[in-house]
Design a protein. Structure first.
Ligand SMILES: Cc1ncc(COP(=O)(O)OP(=O)(O)O)c(N)n1
Ligand SMILES: Cc1nc(C(=O)O)sc1CCOP(=O)(O)O
Ligand SMILES: [Mg+2]
Length: 214
């Protein structure tokens, strides 16, 4: 874990990997997205066993390091510690955030899924979350059954003073509405990795932030 991660980039594109079983192909798919300059990459593979997840997370780390992109591990803070990633993302079934914070240390980036719940976001903030994630804001092909969240949640949770991540069915067309509502980071799987040109898609998301901040 690098000692200087407290100054992690709190705004921009948060790329999340697809369920790719072939590790060589995973790296080939991720590289052009990293080259566009996302703030964070989350390694997420819901179909891999623990050995493949360890192999893929370890392989992604040097790719991220070479481009200055921070690597977050989905679901499994122990794997984040084992591979030396920058942090972990925890949902409701992924263990105790306080325990993860204690194990990974103050410098780790630990994100919490809050779905459509401001109460859950408050609890996550109290437990030491680095960011709170809400979603799904739009229908998602990656997670078709995801609970839906709505824009006012982003306004309501601004008082937590934590970076807010929006997720779920986000495209370059609907991202501006989320950024206008207060999202700091836009988390995306399909809009990047199912796009005909993932590098161009990543640039299109980044342009949403530039346009908003101009
Ligand atoms: C940034 C971000 N937000 C939400 C999630 C979803 O986490 P979770 O609810 O644990 O669901 P799975 O991703 O594990 O299916 C996420 N991974 N990342
Ligand atoms: C992993 C995940 N979590 C969600 C939540 O609402 O918590 S929505 C989602 C899927 C995100 O993928 P896509 O960008 O392809 O919709
Ligand atoms: Mg999870």
């Amino acid at each position: 874990m690098p000692p200087d991660t407290p100054s992690w980039p709190r705004r921009g594109l948060y790329a999340i990997t697809p369920d790719e079983p072939d590790s060589v192909r995973l790296l080939a798919r991720v590289r052009p997205v990293l080259d566009a300059g996302p703030a964070l990459l989350q390694y997420r593979n819901k179909r891999a066993d623990s050995a493949l997840r360890a192999e893929q997370a370890s392989a992604l780390l040097p790719l991220c390091r070479a481009r200055g992109v921070l690597l977050i591990i989905n679901d499994d803070w122990r794997l984040a510690a084992t591979v030396g990633a920058d942090g972990a993302h925890l949902g409701s079934d992924d263990g105790d955030l306080r325990q993860a914070r204690k194990a990974l240390g103050a410098a780790a980036i630990i994100g919490a899924s809050c779905y459509d719940s401001i109460d859950r976001a408050r609890l996550a903030a109290d437990a030491g979350a680095s960011y709170v994630a809400f979603g799904a804001f739009f229908p998602s092909l990656t997670k078709p059954g995801a609970r839906r969240a709505h824009l006012p949640l982003l306004t309501a949770s601004a008082s937590l003073n934590l970076p807010q991540v929006a997720i779920g069915g986000i495209t370059p067309s609907n991202a501006p509405s989320l950024i206008d509502a207060g999202a700091d980071l836009i988390a995306v799987v399909g809009g990047l990795f199912d796009a005909p040109d993932p590098h161009a898609a990543a640039l299109a998301y980044l342009a949403c932030f530039k346009d908003h901040d101009a």
